[in-house]
Design a protein around this ligand. Structure first.
Ligand code: LMR
Length: 394
């Protein structure tokens, strides 16, 4: 049996992590996987996380299973963080999942269970694992135009035109903020117009919000998904705590489903819990409990928010520095989009050959589509990246 297995194509982000590790050069720069690093290159445990973990170790008196949906207090805290205090609680189903990726996987399984022929619409480009998971589940994938490489912004006209072809029951994955990989995001008005198109088509939005707090702030980053949920009859949302709480390896995520009416809530919640049971039974709890403690404690929450603001500010200053250094070197503002983008990522518009040249000649590692993780930089490496970009002729 096992000899019949075919080799799996490596995930390009994870393959890059391995290549970086193997490069013996001291001056190499890792702009690959989406992990935040501070100015000294570390990915620290956040202060509030450490404090909550200490308290948890002291106070926790059992490790017995949670429910299939995880701890309801976690679902309540994170759904409020994402959807705000006026979330549609009487129509909101939610289950804890292993990370945001787990929420995407469970959400797509829910779509397949409810509407077996539904197509999955993905932005072009998108996070490669969206494509991999949907394809693995045997779902048909379609793409909608999203990125305008010329301006570094969103091709909203193209997006509207393509989404107008979505069929009733299709699901459309949207990045809640900090679009991965492009860094280009919808405005509030564009969210409203997207909601209108999807409602008209009867297509179901599925918002992947993995970077809340990394763009314009916790509230501003949730504005799009909140507008959408207020305007459409049903929606799915996959939230991740990996990045904004820095608990990557704890696998802490939440899948939410907004049902069209309160009487559909119980069945929706039951289907989501059943899917958890079929796939892994009970979701991981440690990270979820830490997040719940932080969000429920005024002091911990305030400290977490302050540290998250430092993280966001650090990324913004790196963006501004890189745009400035490139302006100085090229005498043009054609990299100005780097300062306008939000989140960890930007597509810098290099060809695969130019990406390879920068890796070979300068030890700069970025994904082949020229996605850079801005948080992989520091004030000292920004000028080197700017030099590499100019030398590669981008
Ligand atoms: C990324 O896009 O680099 C992150 O979301 C990490 C991952 O799992 O790919």
């Amino acid at each position: 049996m096992l000899t019949d297995l075919k080799p799996q194509a490596p995930d390009k982000i994870l393959a890059l992590m391995a290549a970086y590790r193997e490069d013996p050069r001291d001056a190499k720069i890792d702009l690959g996987v989406g992990v935040y690093r501070d100015a000294s290159g570390r990915t620290p445990v956040m202060r509030a996380v450490k404090a909550a973990e200490r308290q948890l170790v002291e106070e926790q008196d059992t490790k017995v299973y949670t429910g299939l949906a995880g701890d309801p207090a976690f679902a309540d805290a994170v759904s409020t963080l994402v959807l705000g205090a006026d979330k549609p609680a009487d129509r909101l189903a939610a289950v804890a999942t292993p990370g945001g990726t787990g929420a995407i996987r469970q959400g797509l399984e829910l779509v397949r269970m409810a509407a077996p022929g539904a197509k999955v619409w993905l932005s072009d480009p998108t996070w490669p694992n969206h494509i991999a998971i949907a394809t693995y589940l045997g779902m048909e994938v379609a793409t909608y135009r999203y990125f305008d490489a010329e301006s570094g912004g969103v091709d909203f006209e193209g997006m509207q035109t393509d989404l107008a072809a979505a069929a009733p029951g299709d699901t459309v994955i949207l990045h809640g903020c900090c679009h991965n990989p492009t860094g280009a995001n919808l405005t509030g008005d564009q969210w409203d117009r997207t909601a209108a198109i999807l409602s008209e088509r009867g297509a179901v939005p599925f918002v992947d919000i993995a970077y809340q707090g990394f763009g314009d702030g916790l509230e501003a980053d949730a504005d799009g998904v909140r507008r959408l949920v207020a305007a459409v009859p049903e929606a799915l949302i996959a939230a991740s705590c990996s990045k904004n709480f820095g608990i990557y390896r704890e696998r802490t995520g939440l899948l939410m489903a907004v049902a069209p009416a309160p009487d559909a809530l119980e069945t929706t919640q039951g289907a989501m819990a059943a899917l958890n049971r079929f796939n892994f039974s009970f979701p991981p709890d440690h990270g979820a409990r830490v997040v719940t403690m932080i969000l429920g404690d005024e002091t911990l929450r305030a400290d977490w928010m302050a540290e998250l603001e430092e993280v966001r500010g650090h990324m913004l200053s790196l963006r501004e520095q890189l745009a400035r250094e490139l302006r100085e070197r090229t005498g043009s503002d054609r990299f100005g989009f780097l300062a306008a983008h939000r989140g960890m990522f930007s597509l810098i518009g290099a060809t695969p050959e130019q990406v390879e040249t920068m890796r070979r000649d300068h030890g700069v590692y970025m994904v082949g589509d020229s996605r850079i993780n801005v948080a992989g930089l520091n004030a000292g490496t920004v000028p080197r990246l700017a030099d590499a970009i100019v030398a590669a002729g981008i």
